[in-house]
Design a protein around this ligand. Structure first.
Ligand code: SF4
Ligand code: SF4
Length: 384
């Protein structure tokens, strides 16, 4: 059932979700600058999931039709802070829902040790570790602790190469050079580590974003995102190969892309310990909020990289998406050019935002000065 953007969204309406995301609680040991959960006044902490609540949780799951679920993701805050619960919860879920095949945990990695890693491995739970390399956005604790964690994970993977591990990096001011990042990650975690990237986006309020320097990028910074993305995805090391295939698939899917994420496509059920559901797993909030489909955004409709980008987060207002668009465009345009290069051997010249589109946007929309300035830098992405 597609979203009706004129109505507020109720997650209980999902008929047959494909993915279940369990929100174990909002606690986390880090304070990343770009964190959705801690940086908005709109965020309501999710109740903590303790082992004593497992049976009630199992009861609450029965009100959903979970027959199409194949993926389960353990989410937080930091889910490994709830390791005691996880150790009992996962076998219990597997017992009741044997068709749930793939389990993943999305972790900041700080609590990874021999016991947790072995347990995850033995229980067939894949892992996504959030790691931005030398990035300073994540605070002193991450900087101090991460070298130890990385070498520990690297040696674990040498003896357990079949464990599904991916690292995920946020592209931010402190993490603009994706090529250097990829090279660095392959040294830190081993040649075959899988890497994915998130473009900075956050569904906070307009006022939180328009004056926040975290979201302002210079032409030079955008250029670096573009060139390093192009280089990363033309060199195609094993680490980014599977990501490239995802982008290629998205680009070739010529039909409409409603929204970028599964939450927006009505395919993901985000549920907390009480069986309450949330619009988005990254940013749990209970207030109703409207979704904006990619095709309902004027600027995205004409955009060259629409199918790759998906129009950013469907929960962000039109105004905010245009604030964050420069970074998205630089990244996805780099991927677009890499796909053209890899498949045809040709390089892309002079594609970008056309003057016609710029003048139409200028006439049609009344964006504030900051957004207009920001849009300008998209135009300056240089030809290859
Ligand atoms: S790059 Fe910008 S205009 Fe293009 S689809 Fe993404 S958010 Fe929309
Ligand atoms: S709605 Fe989707 S894109 Fe937006 S923050 Fe949530 S998961 Fe990310």
């Amino acid at each position: 059932m597609p979203y009706d953007t004129n109505k507020t969204y109720d997650h209980n309406l999902i008929q047959k979700p494909l993915r279940l995301v369990i929100l174990l609680g909002s606690k986390c040991q880090l304070h990343c600058d770009y964190c959705f959960q801690q940086n908005s006044s709109n965020h309501i902490p999710v109740d903590n999931f303790t082992p004593s609540k497992i049976e009630d949780f199992m009861k609450s799951l029965r009100k959903f039709d979970l027959s199409n679920i194949s993926h389960v993701t353990l989410w937080g805050g930091e889910p490994l802070l709830y390791f005691k619960t996880i150790k009992q919860l996962v076998p219990r879920i597997r017992q009741e829902y044997p068709h749930f095949k793939n389990f993943f945990i999305s972790t900041n990695g700080l609590l990874l040790n021999q016991e947790t890693l072995e347990w995850l491995y033995e229980n067939g739970i894949g892992m996504q570790i959030s790691d931005d390399g030398k990035n300073q956005d994540r605070g002193l604790k991450a900087i101090q602790e991460f070298p130890r964690i990385r070498s520990f994970v690297k040696s674990f993977l040498e003896t357990h190469p079949d464990m599904h591990v991916k690292i995920n990096a946020v592209i931010s001011k402190n993490n603009l050079d994706l090529y250097q990042f990829t090279k660095w990650a392959m040294q830190a975690y081993g040649e075959n580590i899988k890497i994915s990237f998130n473009v900075l986006h956050t569904p906070v309020e307009d006022k939180d974003i328009t004056n926040n320097s975290l979201y302002r990028f210079t032409d030079k910074q955008l250029q670096l995102v573009f060139t390093s993305t192009f280089k990363t995805f033309t060199e195609l090391t094993p680490s980014v190969r599977s990501r490239y295939d995802v982008y290629l698939h998205r680009l070739l899917k010529l039909g409409n892309i409603d929204t970028v994420c599964l939450s927006g496509r009505n395919a993901q059920l985000n549920v907390d310990v009480n069986g309450d559901t949330y619009v988005c797993n990254e940013f749990p909030f209970k207030q109703t909020r409207k979704f904006i489909k990619t095709n309902d955004r004027i600027k995205c409709n004409d955009c060259l990289v629409k199918n790759l980008c998906g129009g950013s987060c469907p929960l962000i207002s039109d105004k905010n998406v245009y604030c964050l668009c420069d970074l998205s465009f630089a990244f996805y345009y780099g991927i677009f050019c890499a796909i053209v290069h890899n498949t045809t051997g040709l390089d892309v010249y002079d594609i970008g935002v056309s003057n016609d589109l710029i003048s139409r946007l200028g006439n049609k929309n009344d964006y504030d000065k900051a957004i207009l300035n920001n849009r300008h830098s998209v135009i300056n992405i240089q030809r290859l």
